[in-house]
Design a protein around this ligand. Structure first.
Ligand code: V47
Ligand code: SF4
Length: 382
């Protein structure tokens, strides 16, 4: 059914009016139209369209999960200019490198906690190879079979597979058999080669990143996708990035969640580049929700955006806030994010979502509903 909208609720600008009509009719917008939204769409305009799409897909449901991170090392062979984390060359004395036992101790710390996911991401250490990580996966699965393992960015996987002289298919199958269940979305940054050359020239390129995710999807695994925005990229580069992801999703359907990551400029080689404004952050979330019509979920990663801005994003298309995290990641605190010790209790997350007049639902990694907290008494939340 085609919705006919009153002229009163549509903008005067013809291009924006056509986009609004398409969105309300459930039609896909083109790359050119996405660019128009970046160039001309006010926050109010894109926000109301994104909220329409969000509520059509999910109503008020807002997901979070109970998770913790393992960061095996902050040493990295690569030299991404935006990275405040890597310590292989500079600040060697601040580098860490966890043994299998130390990582298992982190897993065991949660033995009596109702966490459902471990997120494993770190730097690319020359000595931590495919076999080392396969052993870690086996040990985690042997210890706690029900814990979902989401691990390794395409950057880490590309290095591991090449070093082990395995094809992407062979390497991925090997890790899947060892216990890997899904991939996080990191390492995508901005696909456009001109920008990639300037911000992260030496790691896997766009085609390599996409190939790794496509292979995971073909093996039945789900993955996420990120976009590092708000630095030197243009609006057209953002559209190009999202367009490549949308095309792959049309082909495989294997992506769960799109996660825009705001560039933070603390203590890195791009500290002179100003950070994006809150208006630009919210416009980006909204435009992503409108354009990425085949991505079921849009996530605001609260340790990077800050709690209040993540809460605000729930009115601009976002339906997922990631997890409790329990102060187990350093990537963003080292880049100057507000959250210096990222940890939220389930109660904190439930309150945050309820304050935004949304419905808090705890999910598993694959968006299976674990518990609906919409009617829970706040004090009763463990
Ligand atoms: O790829 C590094 C980003 C990513 C900075 O899939 C920075 O559920 C901003 O991908 N400013 C890794 N961003 C983290 C990641 C992730 C996080 C949470 C959830 C999921 C998921 C994935 O962190 C890197 C890079 O894009 N990053 N430095 C910085 N200065
Ligand atoms: Fe290494 Fe990742 Fe930092 Fe790049 S962003 S230097 S790949 S840890």
């Amino acid at each position: 059914m085609v919705t006919v909208l009153s002229e009163d609720v549509l903008p005067k600008d013809t291009a924006l009016k056509n986009i609004a009509t398409k969105v309300y009719n459930g039609e896909r917008i083109t790359d050119e139209e996405c660019l128009i939204l970046f160039e001309k769409g006010s926050l109010g305009f894109v926000g109301s369209l994104a909220n329409y799409v969000r509520e059509k897909l999910h109503g008020d449901t807002t997901y979070f999960n109970r998770n913790f991170h393992i960061e095996p090392t902050n040493a990295c062979v690569y030299t991404c200019n935006f990275c405040s984390y890597s310590r292989l060359y500079a600040h060697r004395d601040e580098a860490w490198e966890l043994s299998l036992e130390q990582m298992m101790d982190i897993v065991k710390k949660y033995d009596n906690e109702p966490v459902t996911e471990v997120h494993i991401v770190g730097g690319v250490h020359p000595k931590m190879n495919l076999e080392f990580f396969a052993e870690l996966l086996r040990k985690i699965k042997a210890h706690r079979p029900g814990l979902h393992i989401k691990g390794f960015t395409a950057v880490e996987l590309d290095y591991m597979f090449r070093k082990a002289k395995k094809t992407v298919e062979e390497g991925m199958q090997y890790l899947k058999e060892a216990g890997l269940e899904s991939l996080p979305g990191g390492g995508a940054e901005i696909f456009a080669s001109g920008v990639r050359q300037q911000i992260c020239a030496d790691k896997v390129d766009a085609d390599g990143w996409l190939k790794i995710h496509e292979t995971a999807h073909q093996l039945g695994m789900h993955t996420n996708a990120t976009m590092l925005y708000g630095h030197i990229e243009s609006f057209a580069d953002r559209v190009d990035h999202m367009s490549r992801l949308r095309a792959l999703q049309d082909k495989t359907g294997g992506f769960n969640t799109f996660i825009p990551l705001k560039f933070r400029n603390g203590d890195n080689d791009m500290s002179h580049v100003p950070e994006s404004t809150l208006i630009e952050d919210m416009r980006l979330y909204a435009i992503a929700r409108i354009y990425m019509d085949n991505f079921p979920h849009l996530k605001a990663y609260w340790p990077m955006l800050g709690r209040q801005n993540a809460q605000l994003s729930l009115s601009f298309g976002v339906n997922d806030l990631d997890g409790t995290i329990d102060d187990t990641t350093k990537i963003y605190s080292m880049a100057g994010a507000e959250e210096q010790t990222p940890s939220m209790t389930t109660q904190d997350l439930v309150v945050l979502i309820k304050q935004a007049k949304r419905k808090p639902v705890e999910r598993g990694t694959l968006y299976n509903v674990i518990k609906d907290y919409s009617t829970a008494e706040l004090e009763a939340v463990e």
